[in-house]
Design a protein. Structure first.
Length: 308
């Protein structure tokens, strides 16, 4: 299994840790925040959205499609834990209901997405998840694969002090040592937007793995289960160095905004899907009082972080 680099749970200020010198130390028990692909994408899309999600930690209501993506990811992870000969479509379908029930046990509020267990829309929703799983088996035969890791948590600290963290859907390692990173996409985002966001995410993971393991992944593979398509990309070291500088620039912009609370909205077509319009100045709303920086460690990815 790929071992992520371990970093100290230092109590130094995040502002100071990333190049500043005027931040106060973090209270005991609070880890300095890290940058994940989801949060970096939020800031690129709209700094105010980043603030609402990463600093204010405002609740959002996941959609059925978002929750379906989480369940499908869970099924594929569980499937690879089975013996190779059992990794077929029938066994994957059998894992669907347990994965949904386990998610409900962890997050009971998700039950509100449906009008009880007899809601016919629940059956329709589970059926749509089954079709996504069937589509996966048209893309590859998992009986011929032995992933090194599924749902791998990775973390590394750059020389600047920037902490990167994320979860990789799957890591494949060939007998000759070449690494492939795999990501499953189940959402219905427009292809142009969705692919740009997904490739940003994949380069993020490639950078973290390179920095923790010293080897550039040979291939980044995106598997689009909604239409049975896949996209493969081969990064190189020079590209990952440029991407690292991009992340550093994003983080410096986040820290500048964090000092003053000046996270400005960036209107776009994606505003139509935002839960926070009532708080956004672009829609006549008023953000809550700025709670200050730094925020607590954001922890593991949520259902919303699986949105694609």
């Amino acid at each position: 299994m790929v071992e992520p680099a371990r970093t100290s749970d230092s109590t130094r200020s995040e502002l100071a840790g990333a190049g500043g010198s005027d931040g106060a130390s973090l209270p005991s028990g609070r880890r300095r925040p890290a940058l994940s692909p989801s949060r970096a994408g939020d800031f690129k899309q709209c700094p105010l959205l980043y603030r609402f999600r990463a600093v204010d930690r405002l609740p959002e209501t996941p959609t059925r499609a978002q929750v379906r993506g989480t369940v499908v990811h869970s099924v594929l992870e569980r499937m690879f834990a089975l013996p190779a000969e059992q990794r077929d479509a029938e066994h994957a379908r059998d894992l669907l209901e347990p994965a949904w029930q386990d998610l409900l046990a962890e997050q009971p509020e998700l039950a509100e997405l449906f009008d009880g267990p007899e809601d016919p829309q629940l059956r329709t929703w589970l059926g749509s998840a089954t079709r996504l799983l069937d589509s996966y088996f048209e893309l590859e035969d998992p009986r011929r694969l032995e992933p090194e890791a599924c749902e791998l948590r990775v973390e590394t600290e750059l020389d600047s002090g920037l902490l990167l963290r994320g979860f990789i859907d799957r890591v494949d390692v060939a007998p000759t040592g070449e690494i492939r990173l795999v990501d499953y996409k189940t959402g219905a985002a427009p292809r142009q937007i969705g692919e740009a966001k997904a490739m940003f995410q994949m380069k993020f993971y490639a950078l973290v793995l390179w920095r923790t393991r010293g080897e550039v992944p040979k291939q980044l593979l995106l598997m689009y289960l909604s239409d049975g398509q896949s996209l493969a990309y081969a990064p190189d070291e020079a590209e990952l160095r440029r991407f690292e500088r991009t992340l550093e620039a994003i983080w410096q912009a986040i820290l500048r905004a964090g000092k003053t609370g000046d996270f400005r909205p960036n209107p776009s077509k994606l505003c139509d899907y935002c839960d926070h319009q009532s708080r956004c100045p672009e829609f006549g709303g008023t953000p809550p009082p700025y709670p200050g920086w730094p925020e607590p460690d954001p922890g593991q990815e949520s259902v919303l972080d699986r949105t694609d």
